[in-house]
Design a protein around this ligand. Sequence first.
Ligand code: TYD
Length: 171
Amino acid sequence: MPAGRMVGANPVPQVSNLDLNFTVMGAFARISINDCRMVNLPKISDPRGNLTFVEGQRHVPFEIKRVYYLYDVPGGEKRGGHAHKALQQLLIAMSGSFDVVVDDGREKQRFHLNRSYHGLYIPSMIWRDMDNFSSGSVCLVLASEYYSEADYYRDYEDYIFAVGIRRGGGV
Ligand code: TYD
């Protein structure tokens, strides 16, 4: 079981507006779960059906190089279970709902995604686990980089080592 303290779920997402104030990471600044945030995407309400759009460098702090989606997730199944060295992502519940637990090696936070106009921004070097997928849910992911297996930490101990956390609580 990963180390770290759960700082609580957020049944009502902490939604930022479009004037996003993303943290500028200095070379030695530690990325934390506080750099993860719910982004309030534009919603064009229309009696014919609503419309939401996402623009790179505007609604997310990166150019969108790749789009992928998770679907047909069996009940009780989990996804994620890794961190990325450089990749940044925005996760959106296009349909249904699911939970994302973000973890910086010290603290964890659970986000519940259930709106197609809310996105969860996850910077690089954040471990994420996904569960609680509802039937028929679809998770859309907008990614800052092309797929590269070399960008993954798939072993939690490797990730903990990379973020400079010693077992026992030291830095
Ligand atoms: P993974 O990123 O581990 O999925 P998740 O985080 O949703 O659980 O990817 C699962 C598999 O799919 C893995 O073998 C890599 C492959 N994959 C690609 O080939 N291209 C992609 O863009 C992605 C996201 C995954």
